[in-house]
Design a protein around this ligand. Sequence first.
Ligand SMILES: C[S@@+](CC[C@H](N)C(=O)[O-])C[C@H]1O[C@@H](n2cnc3c(N)ncnc32)[C@H](O)[C@@H]1O
Length: 304
Amino acid sequence: MNMDTAYHIPALLTETIDSLNITPDGTYIDLTFGGGGHSRAILDKITGKGKLYSLDQDIDAYNNVLATKDNPFMSNPRWQFVHGNFRYLSQFADYYGIAGADGILADLGVSFHHFDTAERGFSFRFDGALDMRMNRSGGQTAADIINTYEEQQLATVLYTYGEIKSARAIARRICEARQKQPVTTTEQLAAIAGEDKKLLTLVFQALRIEVNDELGALREMLLSSLSLLKQGGRIAILTYHSLEDRIVKNFLRSGNLEGEIEKDFYGNPLTPFTIIEKGLTAKKEEVERNPRSRSAKLRVAEKK
Ligand SMILES: C[S@@+](CC[C@H](N)C(=O)[O-])C[C@H]1O[C@@H](n2cnc3c(N)ncnc32)[C@H](O)[C@@H]1O
């Protein structure tokens, strides 16, 4: 697959699919369809009564598969695409009459398509409008945030979601710049935030998380997944930065968002999951082939 043209190259593909322990007749939900790499591998393993629901909040993901010749998805009775945010997983499950899932997969964050398409505004490598919405049918853009949030709010976003030490100084510079003219492009923002590529990556990450309320959506989805999984069903989640990884790790350990492990009368932990995989990372060969897999971490748990 060509890194420059691929919609996405999935990370930890084999490890993720193996960890889901797929049964051919099972019901599976891929919450983050993207370029369909993980979904395709799941679909390959199901037969008979098996069913795969693939969600994505970006309609580009669906349009991409629609435009792909000889793909295994379209007109496949075992496949259903759902356009929407995975924070509404329970509602989607009700709508499609999904009583329980044997496996749920979430490969969090954005796809190569997002990073590599200038007008989506996710990357400082290109000049484009400061958009950063994964779902362009509504909601605030990164430009809305940059031009309307108060200085303190901006600093909080940069500090909380980018863990940027100089958050206050960058927020001040953004507010000074926008008094002269609105900051509407990735190039303008990059010029304000500075030369350092690592810092710019964090500034863009922080904004993206705020624009898409990524951590809020993740929390809601985790709670819904727990209720939807059948006993013995598995959840596999790929995280790409420490903020989302911490949320997933605590949830899988405890079964709640607070990360508090309840104990029974005798002091035995009462947790809904058995941990199967606790933070598997890509091997050197995979990172060489696909450098963007270097930050991926796989966590998997089975519902007791
Ligand atoms: C890392 S990519 C997934 C790649 C996919 N596993 C593959 O093999 O090509 C993440 C995808 O999830 C989607 N996404 C991220 N957050 C979402 C959410 N809250 N609800 C629905 N889709 C989401 C993004 O639009 C993106 O297409």
